[in-house]
Design a protein around this ligand. Sequence first.
Ligand code: ZN
Length: 228
Amino acid sequence: MATCSYTVPDKNVTGDNFYGALICNQTYIDYFWNTYGFAGNKDYWDDGFGWEDACNTDKPLARTFNACYLLTYSAQDYQNDAYSGAMLNWARRYVRDNCDDLRSLCGDGSAIARSFKGAFVDDRIELYLGFWYSKDVPGRAETLIHESRHQGGKPHNANFPAGSVFGAGKSGADSTWGYEGAWMYGALYLWWFYAQGARTTSALRERARQRGNLVIDNAFATHPGFNI
Ligand SMILES: [Zn+2]
């Protein structure tokens, strides 16, 4: 981390002040640490990433915990996370089931996160500086869901469409909404969060809607044909 440099965007806008006031509680910290793949990775999360300073929302660990709180508690009846229910409820279960090795690194600026999975690799999700400092709290939850979907066995299967902000013609898109890939999972979650998110603010729900629409408009080879 000593070699990472970053600036912290306005924490009222990103939701880090709102959620930061909630996560500074040992019960939550222990739950998130043990549930979402941090455990065993202290060597990644210390040394400037926040392990010694878990309530400091300038640092990566607390900013990740903020997303974990949103992911865990944004359904009014969050304890019901059956897969037969709403994604707002079961997204936390999906990440819990698929993200068991979550690491923090500076990265090279080319991605905000990456999923590694396969027969000859150490299955893991890596988070990079852009995850903490270019995304708001709902957007970070989206990324945790996105990368967990990759861990769950769904790679991208198409190139980005003409005009895409993610890079027209580059790989990394999903073919369709119905493919139920990582982009669809992330956008669907943002949609639910916008519509019914609890324990949050109307401003963050609106930001989730905007991000969801950006994904819908730019991350599918065939546009889904609707917006949030
Ligand atoms: Zn992806």
